[in-house]
Design a protein around this ligand. Sequence first.
Ligand code: SIN
Length: 279
Amino acid sequence: MSIEIEPLGAAAGARIHGVDLSQPLDEADFARVRRALLDHLVIFFPDQHLSPDEHKAFGLRFGTLNIHPHVKPLDGHPEVLNIVKEPDDRLNFGGGWHSDMSFLDKPVLGSILYAREIPRTGGDTMWANMCLAYDALSTGMKQMLAGLTAIHTAEDIYGAQGIYNNDDRRSMRTQAAEQASGRAEHPVVRTHPETGRKLLFVNEAFTTKFKGMTRAESRPLLDFLCQHATSAPFVYRHRWTENEVAFWDNRCTQHFALNDYAGQRRVMHRVTVNGDRPY
Ligand code: SIN
C-alpha cells in the first residue's frame, strides 16, 4: 500500500489513504504521517479497525501517553478516554472551543480520536488553526501579545463548580475537584517546537486570565482573541464516518465537538500523546 494525502480544508485537514493503523508503520510511512500532521494539523484515516491496544500502540509512536487527571477511562485501559453521549444526555464532552489539557505545565502534543459509533446526522467536530489566527493579527497586536503570559486552569470545567459537575444529564464520569484548581502559565504566543511557526495559545475553556491581571481586566482582550482565533477562515469542520481515526496537533489547533444530535448515541475513543512545555 502506498500512502496518499488528500487535503480537505483550506485552514486544516487532510485524509490519509493507504494506511492500516492496526499494523506498525515502517519508518518511511511513519515519517510521511508525521509530516502530514505538521502540514495539515489534523489528519484523518478512514475505515480503521483498531483494538484499544492497537490504538495505544499507534499513539506510542509519537510519545508517551497521557492519563487524563479528571475523566474516568475505558475499563482496563487507563490511557483511553471513552467519550460517550447517550441519546438522553444533555452535555457532550468537548462541546466548546479548547486545546486539550492546556491546564497542564506540559500540554499534550496531540490526540487520536477513533469514531466507534456516530450519529446519523450531526456530531461533527471543528478544528481551528492557531498559526493562521496569529498571522492574521495586526503588527501592533502581535507586539502587545509578545510579552504576555496566560493562566490556564481546569477549574471552570472539572472543578467542584465546573460544568461537568453541574449537569446530571451526561454519561461520562469525571472526578471533580480540588485537583482541578491547579494552574499553568503559558506564553500567549507560542512557537511550534517542530515547525517554528508562531501561534496563538489561549482558549475559552481553560484560559482564565493574563498573568498579573484580574479576570475582569483580562476578559475583553481574552474574549477578542478567543473569538478571533475560532472565526470561520481559520476553521475546518469534519463530518465523521464510522471507524475513522483523527489525529490532531494539539499544540497549534483548538477543537469543538458539536452537540446537535439529541436522541442519538455517539461513542469515540481517545488516546492522547504527552507534549512539551510551551515557549
Ligand atoms: C474532544 O474534545 O476530545 C472530543 C472531540 C469529539 O468528540 O469530537
